[in-house]
Design a binder for this molecule. Structure first.
Ligand SMILES: *Cc1c(COP(=O)(O)O)cnc(C)c1O
Length: 456
């Protein structure tokens, strides 16, 4: 197909937006293992989950047979404010690299929260409202999820209580204030508001907190507050389901021009954007209708897919959430303080874990300074200032395009550009000043945490 025929940006009409989310598990031959109750080690039932999560979300979480879930009209209306998101043909990047590869990216940073997380936040807020709840609680590390959830809650008139890891609360005052613009209450964690927070503060006075600790506080708050439930921005299969809008739109846009990607790349923290991007393509691969290479990209500092073990583990450091079978570094593993807060998670979504285990999806890890080098290269040619997390995918897309330059292969590469990096300028500053580290954990270090995995 000639260059003129494919525009720089492929926009879809509103009417071409997906009307249903796609549940990839329905097409998988080897289903992901069920969540286990941390107390009984038996599969989690809907009843057991109902004290913590909203009912309809539990139904989505536990359903591995139904392929499509209709997107309610109210959610579609909200999606229309910022979706369909553009699929961009990176002509400028291709030219600059001098590669025969054709590069496309699906850009999810075109909304105020600045990332794909809004796709699931609005769904979760809708189901909480529909259930007649007063509000939701959650944790946020870097702040993207808290921001997305605040926007979604204000839209539906729900109260939103965010526990923000204390060091981020102090280091990212602008993120914190954006959440307040949307009416959320933001508490630095650990706090004196919860029993677990008080306990942690007594044991570790002056601690600046961690994601695991903030999760424990948010869960406790939801269970002790009438009319509240806890919501989570990644890792769970319901989140991956909502994020399938990314892949469905990307596929519709590519199909319009008869383009089939050879390689599909995404960054992987808890796995929701990558799972959502690849879902419809992976469905085709599993059904034997097409073949694609899928690559998950993670930081060398938090290498769950590339160096973790496939085993049951707690989803949170506080060990209050269910056990999930996944690639994990151990729930006690605290990744070194990298600038990609969204990728600092010890485990991985269970569906993606199963796909990796079955050899259907590859995984690679990349160094932080190489990621920022790619981020800046990309910003200078394509204009968008990418989030550090998203830049992991950019790094590997560029590497694959450079391989094509060597071999002369005209491969088509699709990657997910999950968000923008305006709130990450301290990280860019460190990169510019040569103060950025590249921490890779040693085998001994990793073994220590793996040895502590729950015996299931
Ligand atoms: C949270 C986040 C991620 C990682 O989360 P996943 O659940 O793995 O998708 C990636 N990019 C951005 C911009 C994020 O905010």
């Amino acid at each position: 197909m000639s260059k003129e025929k494919i525009p720089y940006k492929i926009y879809l009409e509103e009417s071409e937006m997906p009307s249903a989310w796609y549940n990839l598990r329905a097409d998988m031959k080897n289903k992901p293992a069920p969540l286990l109750d941390p107390k009984t080690l038996k599969p989690m039932t809907a009843e057991a989950l109902s004290g913590v999560f909203c009912d309809e979300l539990i139904a989505q979480e536990l359903d591995e047979n139904r392929a499509y879930f209709e997107i309610p009209e109210e959610i579609r209306s909200f999606y229309k404010m910022y979706r369909p998101s553009p699929l961009v043909r990176a002509y400028c990047l291709e030219e600059k690299l001098g590669t025969p590869a054709k590069i496309y990216y699906k850009f999810e940073g075109n909304n105020t929260s600045g990332s794909h997380k809004l796709n699931s936040a609005i769904a979760q807020a809708y189901y909480a409202k529909k259930q007649g709840l007063k509000g939701v609680t959650t944790e946020t590390g870097a702040g993207q999820w808290g921001t997305a959830l605040s926007m979604a809650c204000s839209y539906f008139g729900l109260d939103c209580k965010v526990y923000m890891v204390k060091c981020s609360y102090e280091q990212k005052p602008f993120r914190r204030e954006v959440m307040k613009v949307y009416g959320a209450s933001v508490t630095p964690s650990p706090s004196t508001e919860t029993e677990v927070g008080r306990k942690i503060l007594a044991e570790h006075p002056g601690t600046t907190g961690s994601l695991g600790c903030a999760i424990s506080e948010a869960v406790e708050k939801s269970m002790t507050s009438e009319g509240y439930r806890y919501v989570l921005g990644s890792v769970l299969n319901q989140v991956m389901l909502h994020q399938s809008v990314i892949g469905l739109e990307a596929k519709t846009a590519l199909d319009k021009y008869g383009v089939k990607p050879d390689i599909i790349i995404g960054c992987a923290g808890g796995g929701s954007n990558l799972g959502g991007l690849i879902a419809p393509f992976m469905g085709e691969k599993i059904r034997g209708e097409a073949d694609y290479r899928f690559i998950a990209v993670e930081p060398v500092s938090c290498p769950s897919l590339t160096r973790g073990v496939y085993a049951y583990d707690f989803c949170d450091t506080g060990k209050v959430c269910p056990l999930s079978k996944m690639y994990t570094l151990g729930c006690d593993f605290i990744p070194s303080s990298s600038h990609s807060g969204g990728l600092r998670y010890h485990g991985m979504n269970s569906t993606l874990s199963q796909l990796h285990y079955d050899g259907l999806m590859e995984a690679v890890s990349v160094k932080q300074t190489d990621v920022f080098e790619a981020a800046e290269y990309f910003a200078r040619v394509e204009g968008i200032l990418p989030a550090p997390e998203s830049s992991h995918a950019i790094r590997v897309a560029i590497d694959e395009a450079l391989k094509c330059k060597e071999t002369g292969e005209e491969k088509t590469i699709l990657f997910g550009l999950t968000g923008t990096g305006y709130f990450d300028m301290v990280a860019y500053e460190k990169f510019h000043n040569g103060q950025m580290g590249d921490y890779t954990p040693t085998d001994e270090e990793l073994e220590k945490y793996k040895a502590k995995l729950p015996k299931v």
